[in-house]
Design a protein around this ligand. Structure first.
Ligand code: GLN
Length: 543
């Protein structure tokens, strides 16, 4: 029997509903339950793929090629369960399906309405593809009271009636702000938010309360009384130093016990939290540190590179060090008097993925410095393309080498992909076609060349990694670049798409066309990140 946990948010956004859901998923998994996590986003975009990272943070890509909310990244990192297309939905997706059905004539004769058509579609999404799972956790994006969120709340309200109370639990995440002049944590915003939920027919079973100091007994009792929940179902969610402490802290506060009790489960296995104790120990007691510069475009918003910073943390966990990340705007390195010396003392340089021309000359300058000064360099997607352009210009002497994604190029060493192989099928794209969902997305195989660093790092001949790109290295320049020392160590199985490049004479210079950060976990650091951080640790001992 699959049970459903609905996680809503109250008071303000950015309370960490995604992390809270992921941590609860991890706790249930630690008791040997099979869990799945999904996200319901009330905005009107069909998916976040066309949104600026400044609007929405990073776009997380699944194996099966969905462009999703970054919370799916938290779910995967905490549970190791690969997210799928069927774990992410938005109002835009629901409406576009309903409107397509209406145009086909599926509702012929009927008036199409929010209730029941939109709510039914939301319920179908929640229930679909859940067989064999003990718990499905559904996080509702936004905050209770948002107009866009109403159909989603109505749908989960109906689900309690449809499935029964023994299969549904509502967890409401709120904020208890501390008011210094009163010297108190305030419960009123939580009371209002719960009142709002109850007015639409949802009585939360559990309150998860974010706070920066412990909740006094009196405030707990007050919330239990006014919000109509049991006293021990008011769970304190104190601020923590590392997100990986959250499962342990929630367990100490009794969250998983209260959830199981709300479902009436009495014989739950004891949790095995060994994995989380080990991670927290490594994060809180590192044996050293590494200084890594990330030369990117969206450096003003850390959420734009969420999986990346987490993967660097995982690589550091593997090496028992603490990463010190310097987020540097690539445009800094574009002027004639660019402060490139800022990069000289770092232990590693990483150029992440990105879109558009802005900052690309700065990224090329960073790749050049890393190559010439033997500083470990990790180029991801656009960061690989920039490293190849740099090598084309400065090693192979191809003047005007660039990418056809930009205006200022003479020779397209990186060019738009119009067709590629997916399994036995050829995927084709028109130049100037739709932007949404049309990139080379999701997991593809890649063959590793024997005797290369990539082959040694992965310890395997064939790997699977996730992609999200429209441009690729032009294979016609492969020989010319290899003659100058840039080895193409990973290729698509049909040998048409370069996937990994490296410089064997450099301590650590690797560019990858895919996004390894999406698959890294704290308990299974991605081998490329573990190896890059290891190289950075060696570099730190040289400086
Ligand atoms: N803009 C480049 C492309 O589309 C790189 C994409 C990325 O870094 N994710 O190929």
């Amino acid at each position: 029997m699959t049970r459903f946990i609905f996680v809503t948010g109250g008071v303000v956004s950015s309370l960490g509903k995604g992390l809270a859901s992921a941590a609860l998923g991890a706790l249930l998994q630690a008791r040997s339950y099979k869990v799945r996590l999904r996200k319901l986003d009330p905005y009107l975009n069909v998916d976040p793929g066309t949104m600026s990272p400044y609007q929405h943070g990073e776009v997380y890509v699944t194996d099966d090629g969905a462009e999703t909310d970054l919370d799916l990244g938290h779910y995967e990192r905490f549970t190791g369960v690969p997210a799928r297309q069927s774990d992410s939905v938005t109002t835009g997706r629901i409406y576009s399906d309903i409107i397509a059905a209406e145009r086909r004539g599926d509702y012929l004769g009927g008036t199409v309405q929010v209730i029941p058509h939109v709510t039914d579609a939301i319920k179908q999404f929640v229930l679909k593809d859940t067989e064999g799972h003990d718990f499905v956790l559904c996080e509702i994006g936004g905050t209770v009271g948002d107009i866009e969120g109403q159909p989603f709340l109505e749908a989960i309200r109906q689900l309690r009636n449809d499935l029964g109370p023994e299969r549904t639990v509502y967890v409401h995440l709120t904020l208890l702000p501390y008011i210094p002049s009163a010297g108190e944590l305030k419960t009123k915003p939580t009371q209002h938010s719960v009142k709002e939920l109850r007015s639409i027919g949802i009585q939360p079973d559990i309150l998860l309360c974010r706070c920066d100091r412990p909740i006094p007994e009196g405030e707990r009792k007050k919330m239990a009384l006014f919000c109509n929940v049991r006293g021990d179902a008011v769970i304190q969610a104190l601020d923590v130093k590392s997100i990986y402490e959250v499962p342990l802290r929630y367990h100490e506060e009794g969250l998983d016990d209260v959830v199981l009790r709300a479902f009436g489960i009495k014989d739950a296995p004891r949790p095995d939290l060994g994995r989380w104790h080990d991670i927290v120990q490594r994060v809180t007691a590192p044996e050293g540190k590494v200084n890594i510069a990330i030369v990117g475009k969206y450096t003003g918003l850390k959420d734009a590179y969420k999986s990346l910073s987490e993967a660097l943390m995982h690589g550091s966990i593997a090496n028992r060090v603490m990463p010190e990340l310097q987020w540097l705007d690539a445009e800094l390195f574009e002027s004639d008097d660019a402060p490139i010396h800022q990069l000289e003392g770092v232990d590693g340089i990483l150029v992440p993925g990105g879109f558009g021309e802005r900052g690309t000359e700065g990224k090329i300058a960073a790749a050049k410095l890393a190559r010439e000064r033997n500083i470990p360099y990790f180029g991801i997607c656009l960061g690989m393309q920039m490293a190849v352009i740099e090598a084309a210009r400065n090693l192979a002497g191809i003047e005007g080498a660039g990418s056809s994604e930009f205006n200022n190029y003479k020779v397209a060493v990186v060019g738009v992909m119009t067709e590629w192989q997916r399994g036995n099928q050829v995927e084709r794209r028109e130049r100037g076609g739709n932007l949404g969902g049309t990139m080379r997305l999701g997991e593809y195989p890649c063959d590793l060349l024997p005797g290369t660093k990539a082959r040694a790092i992965y310890g395997s001949d064939r790997i699977q990694e996730r992609h999200r790109h429209r441009y690729e290295i032009n294979i016609n320049y492969k020989q010319q670049l290899e003659d100058k020392g840039l080895v193409f160590s990973g290729m698509s199985p049909d040998r048409s798409l370069p996937e990994i490049v490296e410089i064997p004479t450099h301590p650590w210079f690797v560019g990858v066309q895919f996004h390894p950060e999406l698959k890294s976990k704290p308990f299974a650091p991605h081998p490329l990140f573990a190896s890059f951080v290891e190289a950075a640790v060696k570099q730190s001992r040289l400086v």
